[in-house]
Design a protein around this ligand. Structure first.
Ligand SMILES: [Zn+2]
Length: 306
């Protein structure tokens, strides 16, 4: 049995797990990322997390894989560009720092790519060769699996799904554009909207209220679902996937969000694509990111998908 560490660095928290080549999680932990304090604070938190996990591991850890917010050069394992979700993150040679500190092979990729690989190997994407993974978290990330492989594009920037425009002249986004999907369906956006409309104090509370049949909360969830559906219709028209897997904190809303999204999506896709794309909730939940990190580590060791 091979055991690796999979890590997921986000704007709010860093999650990590000890994962085997069969996808079993032998231990896991989450720490705050302290992203607002900048790069060194995040690296400090990462170090604490890796130290805790290696201390509790009963198996030999043979590699570390990290999915992180921001765009990544996977060859160098360095952050090529990041938004203000983690100030100062751009330029960080994360794989090199990690190798130096822990003496283990270390692979790094964008968090959306990593989570999609997690779903592909161990989760909701196992049965598909063509799927889109979208994560509705602090920001909106994602990846496209095309023929069983990540679609990377020239320069590894492909599939910045959260920054596709769904409303020309719409809300300002921290990427510098306006009307990005992220500004409508990220956890941050949903919390802001719920507060603005007096529906709830957080995305989580909004979800609880919608589940408890609160009409105001349900209507708002449906609206958010429709915005999501517009974005998903674009992805269906672009990539013709077999399925779209929705993860991230807001992905936990399940049918409350996915059913209105599915209706809107099917209204807007090309006729020949209507009703032909499955819309699924993540199978790995908030573990998708670190499970994906583990896939990066396992791949670097030459392990094949089980
Ligand atoms: Zn944007």
């Amino acid at each position: 049995m091979t055991a690796v560490l999979g890590i997921d660095i986000g704007g709010t928290k860093i999650a990590g797990g000890i994962v085997t080549d069969k996808g079993a999680v032998l231990g896991d932990q989450t720490v705050p990322s302290r992203a607002k304090e900048g790069r060194d604070a995040v690296l400090g938190q990462l170090s604490i997390l890796i130290g805790n996990l290696t201390a509790q591991a009963t198996e030999d850890i043979t590699a570390i894989g990290i999915g992180t917010a921001g765009e990544v050069d996977p060859g160098r394992g360095a952050i090529t560009s990041a938004t203000d979700n983690i100030p100062g993150w751009t330029g960080t040679p994360l794989a090199e720092i990690c190798r130096r500190e822990w003496g283990l092979p270390c692979s790094v990729d964008n968090d959306g790519n990593a989570a999609a690989l997690g779903e592909l190997w161990f989760g909701a994407g196992r049965d598909f060769h063509y799927f889109v993974y979208i994560s509705l978290g602090t920001g909106v990330g994602g990846a496209v699996i095309d023929g069983g492989r990540l679609l990377r594009g020239h320069g590894n920037f492909a599939a910045a799904l959260g920054h596709t425009t769904i409303d020309y002249g719409g809300r300002s986004c921290n990427c510098g554009s306006t009307g990005c999907l992220e500004t409508y369906v990220s956890g941050t956006a949903v919390t802001a909207l719920a507060r603005e409309l007096g529906a709830a104090d957080s995305g989580r509370e909004l979800l609880q209220k919608a589940r408890a049949q609160d009409l105001h909360a349900q209507t708002l969830m449906e609206d958010i679902g429709r915005y999501l559906g517009v974005g998903l219709a674009n992805f269906v028209n672009l990539f013709n996937p077999e399925a779209i897997v929705v993860g991230g904190g807001l992905g936990e809303a399940g049918d409350l969000l996915l059913r209105p999204a599915e209706v809107t999506m099917n209204q807007r896709v090309l006729q020949g694509l209507r009703g032909r794309t499955r819309l699924l909730a993540t199978a790995l939940g908030n573990r998708a990111g670190f499970m994906g990190g583990a896939v990066l580590a396992l791949s670097s060791l030459g392990r094949a998908r089980p």
